[in-house]
Design a binder for this molecule. Structure first.
Ligand SMILES: Cc1ncc(C[n+]2csc(CCOP(=O)(O)OP(=O)(O)O)c2C)c(N)n1
Length: 687
């Protein structure tokens, strides 16, 4: 690549580059030293690149970390967190004081081991699990282009910069992500690769022979290598990348632990404090005679000015948005705002009522498609997609046009067979703001997305996963495609809402809950097979929002409570009828979201669960069910993998039938009537 002469967007800082970069370097060194843990090598190696980026290119205003048109900076190599914290401190982010740097990695500080979104202003996304940052950044760069296509350069015109290391690029996720970014030509995405050829075990040559430049180029990127310690080359390169019509990878050849005479260039600099002796030698080598955490006033002032430099750009952006014509102002503000418009509320409640009145027998994935179709127009910032299963997940409404590299006006992303990148990119879209992303795949492939789902839960962001084919009920595709442990394992992720609606009405309600949950990602687990609608709406509140509720309450005292989710709710209703023939009074509870149920007041939960013995029914492994079933309860579900056959045969063979449920209920009732010890209750081994 021919690097043009430098034409940085702002003038160079008046203080020598080396001093500016050393301020970053030594803050990182000193903080790691004080914490007695952390990663000094990466910040020391990338201080030059980061200094050029922040001082000469990055559009930001430290006074307003949330300004929508700021450039995004993602530290994908999250272990180098001190690089970011040092920059936030030096540029004047209010919460990032010197005391915070001194409290690096300590309880209650704003400087946790790895950068955490929502915890530290200025941190754009949580990083640490390698590869996530670069893939999340793809979503940010995508959101920027989508918003730009809607509102134009005056309002949306920024770049997404990433610092990623060898580790990020070794992760499989990076490949999905760069492939998607290259395909969509996300030219506002610029990755600064910390090409230091070192990871934890030693030289990257121990495990990796990839030609990274060739790899990125093959995916449609521009890619070239530079000396990552030469500020003018770095500046020229970034400028060149900004002019590019493709995403850019700048491989910055750096020395890990730059400046530490006995550690630099070695894995020894990666993840441990340098030690007092080596720190002293580094101070000598880099000519930085200052005390720990001491930044000379001249250097500090220069950095502080950089932090305030974007103020004018931000203020003029605010002025422009004020002058926006009323007709475009509202959609723009709606997009940036997190509130759901009134039209949306009308559309979803109308559809829910229609489902309740018409009571269709349809798969919940089909009900979900009807929901999407009904709300897409009222919710123009809904951004759909699927990992190449659009026609199975039923995730695209007719009005949603596909996004292409030459047209970002659409609102549906074909993520390709890249579940992990889809999940991470959706995180980036949500973090960027302007859209509510949802994306589809099969529930059995949730594991492909899991690390990104976990991060969404940790960050508390609204991302909606539509996961269809949610049990053995999918039938003939067999056990590879039949989820059995996925519900339990997703429910184990804190802060993630896992919904398994049982009919069309519940599907509409689950969607409504997911859209309103601004601080939670959600997974909608939907059936392939048709299910009868058991709910009559008649003006009721959203019952899915309570997590679990009574569908049928017997007239007399409850003898047993049947608790089911998703497709098994209608099965429980059948079982209740069988039991009624034998004079047993069974209540039926639908439990579409345990997490929401757990949040209900104790009295409500007690009322729903009742005092009678309980049977849980779910075509999946038992997981955490015992919590709801108590000692007298039983679970009817799967104990191992499924098989290839029709849904009907599978339910029969795995004994998830109304008869099996009724038998289980009888057994529980018998057991609860027995004295606590010495009871001899028949047990069906297959349950
Ligand atoms: C998914 C994941 N796997 C493993 C780790 C543990 N880890 C942290 S840093 C690192 C090595 C990264 O090497 P590189 O990106 O070259 O960083 P550098 O040594 O240059 O700082 C590893 C394996 C992690 N954070 N995330």
């Amino acid at each position: 690549m021919n690097i043009q002469s430098p034409s940085p967007i702002v003038s160079r800082p008046e203080v020598k580059h080396a001093d500016m970069a050393n301020a970053v370097r030594f803050l990182a060194i000193d903080a790691v030293e004080k914490a007695k843990s952390g990663h000094p090598g990466m910040p020391m190696g990338m201080a030059d690149v980061a200094t050029v980026l922040f001082s000469r290119f990055l559009k930001f205003d430290a006074a307003d970390p949330a300004w929508p048109d700021r450039d995004r900076f993602v530290l994908s190599a999250g272990h180098g967190s001190m690089l970011l914290y040092a920059l936030l401190y030096l540029t004047g982010y209010r919460d990032m004081t010197l005391d915070q740097l001194k409290a690096f990695r300590q309880w209650g500080s704003k400087t946790p081991g790895h950068p955490e979104y929502g915890h530290t202003p200025g941190v754009e996304t949580t990083t640490g699990p390698l590869g996530q940052g670069i893939a999340t950044a793809v979503g940010m760069a995508l959101a920027e282009r989508l918003l730009n296509a809607r509102f134009g350069d005056d309002f949306v015109d920024h770049h997404t910069y990433v610092i990623a290391g060898d580790g990020c690029l070794m992760e499989g996720l990076s490949h999905e992500a760069i492939s998607l970014a290259g395909h969509l030509r996300l030219n506002r995405l610029i990755v600064l690769f910390d090409d230091n050829q070192i990871s934890i075990d030693g030289s990257t040559s121990l495990s990796c022979s990839d030609d990274q430049l060739a790899r990125f180029r093959a995916s449609g990127w521009s890619a070239w290598r530079i000396d990552g310690h030469d500020p003018e080359t770095i500046a020229a390169s970034i400028e060149s990348a900004r002019q590019n019509d493709r995403p850019s990878l700048i491989a910055c050849r750096t020395i890990i632990g730059y400046g530490a005479p006995n550690r630099q260039g070695s894995e020894k600099a990666h993840g441990a404090p340098l030690g007092a002796d080596e720190v002293a030698k580094t101070r000598l080598a880099l000519n930085w005679p200052h005390q720990p955490f001491d930044v000379p006033a001249r250097v500090a002032e220069s950095w502080r000015r950089i932090g305030g430099r974007g103020r004018r750009a931000r203020e003029s952006w605010i002025e422009r948005t004020k002058r926006l014509k009323a007709v475009s102002r509202s959609p723009f503000h709606d997009a940036l705002n997190r509130r759901l418009p009134h039209d949306y509320a009308v559309a979803i409640s109308r559809l829910r009522d229609r489902f309740g009145t018409e009571r269709p027998t349809i798969a919940t994935r089909q009900a979900s498609q009807l929901v999407i179709s009904a709300i897409a127009e009222a919710l123009p910032n809904l951004l759909g997609g699927s990992a190449d299963l659009t026609h199975s997940n039923l995730t695209q409404a007719q009005t949603q046009r596909s996004v292409r590299r030459d047209s970002f006006e659409g609102s549906y992303i074909h993520y390709g067979v890249r579940e992990h990148a889809m999940a991470a990119a959706m995180n980036g879209v949500a973090l960027h703001g302007g859209f509510i992303p949802y994306g589809g795949t099969f529930l059995s492939f949730a594991d492909y997305s899991r690390p990104a789902i976990r991060l969404a839960a940790l960050m508390g962001i609204r991302v909606i996963h539509v996961m269809t084919h949610d049990s053995i009920g999918l039938g003939e595709d067999g056990p590879t495609h039949q989820p059995v442990e996925h519900l339990a394992s997703l429910r184990a992720i804190p802060n993630l809402l896992v919904f398994r609606p049982g009919d069309a009405v519940e599907t509409a309600e689950a969607w409504d809950c997911a859209l309103r949950a601004e601080a939670n990602p959600s997974v909608l687990c939907l059936s392939r097979q048709a299910l009868p609608t058991f709910r009559e709406v008649a003006g009721e509140a959203n019952l899915v929002a309570r997590g679990a509720y009574v569908v049928v309450e017997p007239e007399g005292t409850r003898d047993v409570t049947l608790i089911a989710t998703g497709s098994e709710v209608s099965l429980a209703l059948e079982a209740a009828k069988l039991l009624a023939h034998d004079g047993v009074e069974a209540a039926v509870v639908s439990a579409p979201c345990f997490d929401l149920f757990r949040r209900q007041p104790q009295e409500y939960r007690a009322e729903v669960l009742g005092h009678a013995p309980r049977v849980g029914i779910e075509a999946a492994v038992e997981g955490d069910w015992s919590r709801w079933l108590g000692d007298d309860g039983e679970f009817v579900g799967m104990t191992g993998f499924g098989a290839s056959a029709s849904a009907e045969v599978l339910y029969r063979e795995f004994r998830i039938t109304p008869e099996a449920v009724a038998l289980s209920a009888m057994r529980c009732m018998a057991r609860s009537r027995m004295p606590a010890r010495g009871c001899d209750v028949p047990h069906d081994e297959n349950n």
